[in-house]
Design a binder for this molecule. Structure first.
Ligand code: ITT
Length: 190
């Protein structure tokens, strides 16, 4: 089976992507290729940050690869935390990030939010971009234990449960990352 390098240190993302590519590609993440560097995400958009990660791997390891930059955009918070999703609470971790969002949303009735993923694929020296978005609403309290990040407070449109109340298979049918990955897979097939 062919292998693909996924430029991430995030084990949850790795697991989701492994599941999406099962039987098609072997996925190697940054740890697997011996990269322990925290690649600086100095861009101001998902597109820029995804590109920084994929290009870092190409430049330093001479490997084609793809990277995902993703996050939660909350309408009433001017699309925050957005590109700062992983470090919204200043590096205190997923739970603190999620609690900060809930705190900022206290008393706000517009609960609309969306998850976005941009994937940057560097292949034969060229960049290809793939995007996925899922709309939903924010709960007032966390619910569910699977997934990661903001999953316990995000209820996707058309469902009566949070991402954290879904199995990985169920989340992978609809999520922002899965949608972007499906476009990447179709591109690789073509
Ligand atoms: P890498 O840069 O190493 O890939 P990261 O966790 O820093 O890992 P990002 O910079 O793309 O990744 O930040 C994504 C953050 O957005 C992530 O840490 C979560 O807080 C949130 N997030 C992204 N996708 C999510 C999902 O499917 N479910 C819940 N939260 C998600």
């Amino acid at each position: 089976m062919k292998s693909l390098v996924f430029a991430t240190h995030n084990l949850h993302k790795t697991q989701e992507v492994k599941e999406l590519l099962a039987g098609k590609y072997t996925v190697l993440n940054l740890t697997d290729i011996g990269c322990t560097t925290e690649i600086p995400e100095t861009g101001t958009t998902f597109v820029e940050n995804a590109g920084l990660k994929s290009k870092f791997v190409l430049e330093n390891y001479q490997l084609d690869c793809f990277a995902d930059d993703s996050g939660l955009e909350v309408e009433a918070l001017n699309q925050e935390p957005g590109i700062y999703s992983a470090r919204y609470s200043g590096g205190k971790g997923d739970l603190a990030n999620l609690q900060l969002v809930l705190q900022k949303m206290e008393g706000i009735s517009n609960r609309k939010a969306r998850f976005k993923t941009v994937i940057s694929l560097m292949q034969d020296g060229k960049e290809h971009l793939f995007e996925g978005v899922i709309n939903g609403t924010l709960r007032t309290e966390p619910s569910g234990t699977s997934g990661f990040g903001y999953d316990p407070i995000f209820e996707p449109e058309g469902y009566a449960k949070t991402f954290a109340e879904m199995s990985m298979e169920e989340k992978n049918q609809i999520s922002h990352r899965a949608q972007a990955m499906k476009k990447l897979i179709a591109f690789l097939r073509a």
